[in-house]
Design a protein around this ligand. Sequence first.
Ligand code: ATP
Ligand code: MG
Length: 158
Amino acid sequence: MSQLELTLAIIKPDAVTSRIAGEIVSIIERHGFRIRGLRMVHLTAAEAEGFYAVHRGKPFFRGLVKFMTEGPIIVMALEREDAIQKWRELMGATDPEQAAEGTIRRWFGASTQRNTVHGSDASETARVEVAYFFPEIFSASSRGPSGKPRGAGPARRR
Ligand code: ATP
Ligand code: MG
């Protein structure tokens, strides 16, 4: 059996504003992801620039930062087998017009910029992105990979 994996998902400001966040969360759960962390944040320009630093200097960078700071977002740490790839498959291609049928961006995305969701693109970026918003998930003493508190379980006697 393959290993459980974590990825970072973001419901972007366009989706939160148009009140489809709940529907997106529901789709995520129906596809076998377990929500390990979830919160709403309103990014500052500096935070959005830092988050998308890999795109600094590209023609769409300023517009992307403006978009990502125009309203609150919902960040989630998602867990399942092969979570990074499976979440990217469920999101669909960056441009909603190119996204496959049955994907979130195909259903809800308005444009290449306003495409409703973000997903980590590789294991190293996933680790950094999840740790940025949910440092507690990685704190040594808190929880094991399944989300169970360490040492918890039935029939534990002294
Ligand atoms: P994300 O990183 O948000 O999951 P992605 O990995 O599919 O999306 P990236 O190439 O990393 O795509 O681009 C990051 C985001 O920048 C896109 O999701 C989109 O909102 C915006 N973006 C990318 N390319 C363009 C473009 N050509 N024009 C406008 N906005 C763009
Ligand atoms: Mg990306």
